[in-house]
Ligand binder design. Structure first.
Ligand SMILES: [Zn+2]
Length: 316
């Protein structure tokens, strides 16, 4: 299995983790909600919501001169609907797009903004992952329980600009800091978007609140350090990658979840290899979440039943 295949598999698994057809119950369209005077996001949206089926907390930061978009949702069509929502709030020009990480629910709307001529910025490792993944994923919407035309107008577009540790963007009277802690977490290139004057941070998928998090590519010790890093910033308005507006308490809960999941998965997977039985045993002992139960078996397969996975991959 070459690197490209690995990256594609990761992208596929990542997508499955954030969307499941069973969860596609919501009918009301996603709404961009006010967080502070200058910041709006989809925080609190549920899986399956029209316009944001993966329930990703994209958002905008509005300065005097320009708008910065945080994440681009799951397709060009979703990004276009996002732009329509942005225009209901501000007529200022969208001058920057940031990807918090490369997963499809955060970066597959890139082509829509690229076609508007807006530069896209990310961590260097996020950019590498988009390029390595290529466009194979677009041929398989059915794998994600999506309709055949879901990615009809979508192209894979890698970020134009990338950074390693920090980047400062001046939107006119408002400064935005893109921060990589220096330590891997949910992915190798997961960043935060901090707006100090508004006391707001977008954590990307470093924080899932009330959603089971995708752990497949996570560096768990590093992830906990990132959660501490955000906690120590003492930000009032924390926008997680998925779930409602959050506080430092949710960062602590996420750490607890990671610890319990890892401990119990190691214990239980030593004796139980059947994925369904293992999943139901895990759901009894890990903290309850209202969305994303389908992620649990994916995490177990990706991290704790690796020998089975290797055999399956070897067959391909
Ligand atoms: Zn996500």
């Amino acid at each position: 299995m070459n690197l490209k295949t690995v990256v594609l598999l990761i992208a596929v698994i990542a997508a499955l983790l954030v969307f499941s057809p069973q969860s596609a119950m919501a009918q009301k369209k996603a709404e961009l909600k006010k967080v502070t005077d200058s910041v709006y996001s989809y925080a609190g949206v549920h899986s399956g919501t029209p316009g944001n089926v993966f329930a990703a907390n994209a958002g905008i930061i509005i300065g005097q001169n320009a708008v910065l978009v945080v994440d681009t949702l799951g397709s060009a069509v979703e990004a276009e609907a996002f732009m329509t929502d942005i225009r209901k709030i501000t007529d200022k020009p969208v001058r920057y797009v940031v990807n918090t990480h490369y997963h499809l629910d955060h970066a597959l709307g890139n082509s829509f903004f690229a076609d508007m001529g807006v530069p896209i910025i990310s961590h260097a490792k996020c950019r590498d992952a988009v390029i390595a993944g290529g466009d194979k994923i677009l041929a398989n919407p059915a794998m994600f329980g999506l309709p055949p035309d879901f990615w009809k107008e979508t192209r894979i577009v890698a970020p134009d600009m990338a950074f390693e540790r920090e980047m400062i963007i001046d939107l006119g009277g408002l400064t935005v800091k893109l921060i990589y802690s220096g330590i891997k977490s949910h992915t190798a290139g997961s960043i935060m978007v901090y707006v100090p004057e508004q006391d707001v941070i977008f954590t990307g998928d470093i924080l899932f609140t009330d959603f089971h998090p995708y752990l497949g590519e996570g560096d768990l010790p590093g992830w906990e350090k990132n959660l501490d890093f955000i906690r120590d910033m003492n930000v009032k308005n924390i926008i997680p990658g998925h779930g409602p507006l959050s506080t430092n308490r949710d960062l602590e809960d996420m750490k607890t979840y990671l610890n319990i999941f890892d401990k119990k998965a190691k214990e239980l997977s030593a004796g139980e290899k059947d994925i369904e039985k293992l999943t139901s045993a895990m759901l009894k002992v890990i903290p309850e979440k209202s969305d994303g139960d389908f992620i649990v078996p994916m995490n177990l397969k990706a991290r704790y039943l690796i020998s089975n996975e290797k055999e399956q991959v070897g067959d391909n």
